[in-house]
Design a protein around this ligand. Structure first.
Ligand SMILES: Cc1ncc(C[n+]2csc(CCOP(=O)(O)OP(=O)(O)O)c2C)c(N)n1
Length: 356
């Protein structure tokens, strides 16, 4: 039986391999070697620290705004690890993990959040689309990218990230429908982090799971423990392989939790209590990996301190490099859309300049 049959959304089962206490679910085994697990843990740690730094930089006025990943690292690292060279990542706005996993530099990632559009430009061969702030629109882009690849006969897959909130947008349904009909090689990854700003998951949809929405579109769907790196990786790997071999799209719901604010413009104490967060803390994706690696003699406080120090050094350098890039000119807000700037834009540009 395939993974998607065994964990068909209507069975009500959530796929998990690594439990919160670091032990394995009976009958399951890690899908990758211990060396790979350690390497991915190291990557997750780097991402968590780079994310924390981004928050600090915003608080110091050095970033415009920022949407932290805190808590969702396993969803992004595990899923992006299942991709191959040439595949696409189509992010929303919380995707530091998947972006760095694709090889984009932290300097470039930071540059974007400092307000420099050059940070959106992925180097040749790194197929990462720009940040999508309009909720859910990127699901359609991902179907387009995948469909184009299919028409060209390229064995390429597009992995798109979005939140539980995005599943209430028409774009998501149109994307799923189109992907199902044309069997596009798209993997839809919903990070169900329990909130869309202040709107809780319970008010987002009356469906029992988000994964089950796949059924309406004739696609496979699976709900996975999004804080379990192993389950996220394996489910995505199966979905990617299926897509690559012409089997069509899959909707993966990663059940996770956003520990931080929605963005730096949000105050989560207005809509959730500390008591609500408490049960999620032991489910943090790092906790179980530390137990697991600790058992193998591959993690302890000393190793954590060493990895942290190495990461902080690299992050310091990325901040320095990003801040050394000259700020964009005000003209750039008005350029690039039209070959020749239309009169109203010219007027607005002149007005803006006169206020500076
Ligand atoms: C089309 C559109 N409507 C509203 C917003 C304002 N907005 C930004 S993020 C967000 C919630 C998104 O929630 P979800 O899809 O669950 O993703 P998460 O932020 O939890 O990662 C909203 C409503 C927007 N950016 N775009």
């Amino acid at each position: 039986m395939s993974l998607f049959e065994e964990y068909h959304p209507l069975t009500g089962k959530m796929f998990q391999i690594l439990k919160a206490d670091g032990t394995l679910v009976s009958g399951q085994k890690p899908p990758i070697s211990d060396q790979e697990i350690f390497a991915l843990y190291k990557k997750m740690l780097f991402i968590r620290l780079a994310d924390q730094r981004a928050l600090m930089l915003q608080r110091q006025g050095r970033f415009g705004t920022y949407a932290p990943i805190w808590g969702q690292e396993a969803c992004q690292v595990g899923s992006a690890y299942a991709l191959q060279k040439g595949d696409w990542v189509v992010p929303a706005f919380r995707e530091i993990g998947a972006t760095l996993m694709m090889g984009i530099s932290l300097k470039s990632f930071y540059l974007y959040w400092m307000g420099n559009e050059m940070g959106s430009r992925a180097p040749e061969g790194m197929n990462v689309m720009p940040v999508s702030v309009p909720v859910g629109t990127q699901t359609l882009h991902a179907v387009g990218v995948a469909w184009a690849a299919k028409l060209r006969g390229e064995k390429v897959v597009a992995l798109v990230f979005f939140g539980d909130g995005a599943t209430s947008k028409g774009d998501f349904h149109e994307a799923m429908n189109f992907a199902g009909v044309f069997k596009t090689p798209t993997v839809f990854f919903c990070q169900n982090n329990q909130f869309a700003i202040s709107v809780p998951r319970s008010l987002q949809t009356a469906s029992k799971t988000i994964a089950q929405k796949a059924i309406a579109y004739g696609c496979d769907g699976i709900q996975v423990d999004g804080n379990d790196l192993f389950a996220v990786y394996l489910a995505t790997k199966e979905a990617v392989e299926k897509a690559r071999s012409g089997g069509g799209p899959t909707l993966i719901e990663g059940v996770t939790y956003r520990f931080g604010p929605h963005t730096t413009a949000d105050d989560p104490t207005k809509y959730r209590t500390e008591a609500e967060i408490e049960p999620w803390k032991p489910l943090d994706p790092f906790v179980r990996l530390r137990f697991y690696l600790g058992e193998k003699g591959m993690w302890d406080e000393e190793i954590e301190n060493r990895l942290t120090a190495e990461a902080q050094k690299e992050i310091d350098q990325a901040v320095k490099d990003a801040e050394a890039v000259p700020s964009p000119q005000v003209e750039e807000i008005f350029q690039y859309v039209f070959a020749e700037m239309p009169h109203p834009l010219k007027e607005q540009l002149e007005y803006l300049k006169s206020t500076l």
